[in-house]
Design a protein around this ligand. Structure first.
Ligand code: KIV
Ligand code: ZN
Length: 511
């Protein structure tokens, strides 16, 4: 019998700390449902004390999820912990994850606390958390650069206080596999009662070692891995869930553990997260990249045709490739449309909402005859924008572009309900469209990123555009999809502006 490796997904918390990747409450619930379908053990739904919006998002995930444990992150202070405790109250299974930094540099320069004060605060935090749930995780932030003796001491004390999972984060992605594995091995050997808790790892990918470090720690006795879909996360990201799970699954001869994950749900989860966040997946990304199972060289193709295992160690269908099937078309009716949305975990509020969404679906089906799940996800993302959140709304576009001529765009939009339009020239039609928008709104924001991705295959595919804007130190991503990529670009630009427009302030847990 192998030990179970607990898969703790933090896409909705650490993943959301990727620049610009903030998610709405509904988007979080949809991703959480997909994670539950995939049989993730623990879903870290957010940092409830970050803002009222984050609190509501954690609470909604706690209400929606029945099988997985729902967790909220909290700094080691009473306000954060009580806020988390309230947010996770509706969950069938709940966890509070509290943390405090333990490295000399963080304690001295960031917290300005002595090691004694840090231990005392950690113990208090665990006691507060235990008032809400028996399932309490404690993280020693920046454990990867902390002193082993101090880690042993703080972990011993939080076990006594009632922590049930102990997490050893390599917060800045500084460790290498042998060193990290040795840290875990020594902690498990030296901390009294270490066999009464689950040891967990949380690795960042600054040196591209997050997955290697996590797996090395599993060989030393770690039994929970914290990871994210597509490796999303702060800076270079976290260990990627799909790589951890498939390594353990494929190399059962090496790893003494197994996971509960339904691997066929991996690619749908990857696509959903990519669509919601606008973070596209590089084609050569392991497991979920478009080329992960494509064989280019003649020798490889020949080998695979003769005997698949000559060049393939996993089967594409085992991770959910092939799920991109035709689902609906021009002649599909309302019931088929509603049923498919339900399968995708997309909530349709009222009949009226369904009617509006169905009309938009028909418009799209007229332009694009085959409608895939990815198209429905994009369509419903646009649909989910409420009028209050849509201060700027695209009304109409007109473009002129001809060889040898300067491209021009005419844009009409509403600002808080008032219609305005203008024309601008640019180095290309997208540039002209953005200049026209700026001529109207004069937002003062800076364009940090512009990327276009075809949602599905074929020349009639919708283009999905991500625009990242920054203003006054805030960074927001906007997305837009359309069969016309210039329209998609204008929608994405306005979506980012609408997010910047919202004044809600939000804390980052690690600041
Ligand atoms: O990277 C980190 O240290 C974290 C902790 C809050 C677990 O994300
Ligand atoms: Zn982290």
């Amino acid at each position: 019998m192998k030990d179970q490796l607990i898969i703790f997904d933090t896409t909705l918390r650490d993943g959301e700390q990727s620049p610009g990747a903030s998610m709405t409450r509904d988007e979080k619930v949809r991703i959480a449902r997909q994670l539950e379908r995939m049989r993730v053990d623990v879903i870290e739904a957010g940092f409830a004390a970050a803002s009222n919006g984050d609190f509501e998002a954690v609470r909604s995930v706690a209400e929606a999820i029945k099988e997985s444990t729902v967790c909220s992150l909290a700094r080691a202070n009473e306000v954060d912990i009580r806020r988390s405790g309230e947010a996770i109250r509706p969950a069938a299974r709940s966890r509070i994850h509290t943390f405090i930094a333990t490295s000399p540099i963080h304690m001295e320069k960031k917290l300005r606390m002595s090691p004694e004060q840090v231990v005392e605060q950690a113990v208090k935090a665990v006691h507060w958390a235990r008032e809400y749930t028996d399932d309490v995780e404690f993280s020693a932030e920046d454990a990867g650069r902390s002193e082993l003796d101090f880690l042993c001491r703080i972990f011993e004390e939080v076990i006594k206080a009632g922590a049930t999972t102990l997490n050893v984060p390599d917060t800045v992605g500084y460790n290498v596999p042998e060193q990290y594995a040795a840290t875990l091995r020594q902690l498990i050997e030296r901390v009294p009662n270490s066999d009464k808790v689950v040891w967990s790892v949380h690795c960042h990918n600054d040196l591209g070692l997050a997955v290697a470090n996590s797996l090395a720690a599993v060989m030393s006795g770690a039994r929970q891995v914290e990871c994210t879909i597509n490796g999303l996360g702060e800076r270079a990201g976290n260990a990627s869930l799909e790589e951890i799970v498939m390594a353990v699954h494929t190399r059962g001869d090496v790893f003494p553990v197994e996971t509960r994950i339904d691997t066929t749900q991996i690619v749908p989860a990857s696509k959903l997260v990519s669509q919601v966040t606008g973070y596209t997946v590089q084609p050569n990304k392991a497991i979920v990249g478009a080329n992960a199972f494509a064989h280019e060289s003649g020798i490889h193709q020949d080998g695979v045709l003769k005997h698949r295992e000559t060049y393939e160690i996993m089967r594409a269908e085992d991770v959910g490739w092939g799920a991109n099937k035709l689902v609906l078309g021009k002649h599909s009716g309302r019931n088929a449309f509603r049923a498919r949305l339900q399968d995708l975990g997309i909530e349709i509020g009222s009949e009226e909402h369904l009617n509006v969404a169905f009309a938009r679906f028909k418009e799209l089906a007229d332009k694009k005859h085959e409608i895939f799940d990815e198209d429905l996800n994009a369509l419903m993302r646009d649909e989910s924008v409420t009028p209050e959140a849509e201060h700027f709304r695209l009304v109409a576009t007109r473009f002129h572009s001809e060889t040898g001529e300067t491209p021009q765009a005419e844009i009409t939009l509403t600002i808080g309900g008032r219609e305005e339009s203008t024309c601008a020239e640019g180095s290309g039609p997208v540039d002209a469209a953005f200049k026209a928008i700026e001529a109207i709104v004069d937002s003062g924001s800076e364009l940090l990123l512009f990327s276009v991705n075809a949602i599905t295959t074929g020349t009639d595919a919708q283009g999905e555009v991500t625009v990242r804007l920054s203003r006054d130190g805030r960074v927001m991503d906007g997305q837009g999809a359309d069969t016309d990529i210039i329209v998609a670009s204008a929608k994405a630009y306005l979506n980012a502006l609408n997010k910047l427009q919202s004044t809600a302030t939000r804390l980052n847990p690690q600041v």
